[in-house]
Design a protein around this ligand. Structure first.
Ligand SMILES: [Zn+2]
Length: 234
C-alpha cells in the first residue's frame, strides 16, 4: 500500500528535516499540526563563533551586535514547534555566513542518518532544496540518507516563501533535476480542511519575518506543497 501524508492522522511518526531554524514551520505548519507525532531536525542550529562579527542576515533580522543570535532563534523555533505539538531537534552545523570552511556534506548526511535511526520515522520529509545553498545541501544529504536507510518512499516539501507563484519555475526545475537522478515524484495532499495552518506558528519567528520582509499573513497565502518521492530499488 502506498504511504501518504494523510496516514499521519491515524498514527505513524513524522521526521521533518529543516535546513534553518524556521524552514520546516514556515513551509509545513498545517502538516506539523496534523501529525500526532512529529519531530523536526534543524541541521544548521549551531552558534556563530563567539568572536565573529554579526552576519549580514542577522543584522537584517534586527539583532544587535553581541547577542547570541542562534540562542534567540532556537527559542523562536521551540515556541513554534511546542505550539504545534512537535519536538525540536537541533544540529550543530554552522549556517552559511558563519562558516569559514566549506560545509561538509558527509557530516550532514551522518547527522541525518543518525536521527533517522533514533527517531525511526514512518514518514521522512525533507526540503526540495530551493533558493539557498544550505537548502540544496540539506536536500542532497537527505536523498543520500533516505537511500542509505532504504526509505524508498519519502516525502519532500517546497520551501515557503521561496516557492511562491512567481517562482513556480524554480520548483519545476528542482523536480526535473531530482527526477533525472532516477527519483519518481507524485503530489501528495493533506485531507480537505487540514491544508492550511492558522499562521500562529509562523508568527513565532519575528526575527526571520523581519529579515524576509514578509508577514506571516503573506507567507500563509501560498499553500503548503508536498510530493512523494521514490527511488527505484537497487
Ligand atoms: Zn532556510
Amino acid at each position: 500500500m502506498t504511504r501518504t501524508l494523510a496516514d499521519l492522522r491515524s498514527g505513524g511518526r513524522l521526521l521533518v528535516i529543516s535546513p534553518h531554524l524556521d524552514d520546516a514551520v514556515l513551509s509545513c505548519e498545517a502538516l506539523l499540526k496534523f501529525s500526532r507525532d512529529a519531530h523536526v531536525l534543524t541541521v544548521f542550529g549551531g552558534d556563530a563563533p563567539a568572536d565573529a562579527p554579526l552576519a549580514e542576515w542577522d543584522r537584517q533580522c534586527g539583532f544587535p551586535a553581541g547577542v547570541n543570535v542562534m540562542e534567540a532563534r532556537r527559542a523562536e523555533d521551540s515556541r513554534a514547534l511546542t505550539g504545534l505539538g512537535a519536538v525540536p531537534l537541533w544540529g550543530n552545523e554552522l549556517q552559511e555566513g558563519y562558516r569559514t570552511d566549506a560545509a561538509n556534506l558527509e557530516r550532514i548526511t551522518s547527522l541525518i542518518t543518525a536521527t533517522i535511526d533514533s527517531i525511526a520515522p514512518t514518514h521522512f520529509l525533507f526540503p526540495l532544496g530551493l533558493k539557498h545553498h544550505d537548502h540544496l545541501l540539506v536536500a542532497a544529504a537527505c536523498g543520500i540518507a533516505a537511500r542509505e536507510r532504504a526509505l524508498t518512499t519519502s516525502f519532500v516539501y517546497a520551501e515557503r516563501p521561496y516557492a511562491q507563484a512567481k517562482e513556480f519555475a524554480v520548483v519545476r526545475k528542482r523536480i526535473r533535476e531530482l527526477s533525472t537522478g532516477g527519483a519518481g515524484f507524485s503530489p501528495d495532499r493533506l485531507p480537505r480542511g487540514e491544508r492550511r495552518g492558522d499562521r500562529s506558528a509562523l508568527r513565532c519567528y519575528p526575527s526571520q519575518l523581519r529579515g524576509l520582509r514578509m508577514s506571516a499573513f503573506r507567507i500563509g497565502i501560498f499553500r503548503e506543497r508536498y510530493w512523494r518521492i521514490s527511488w527505484p530499488n537497487k
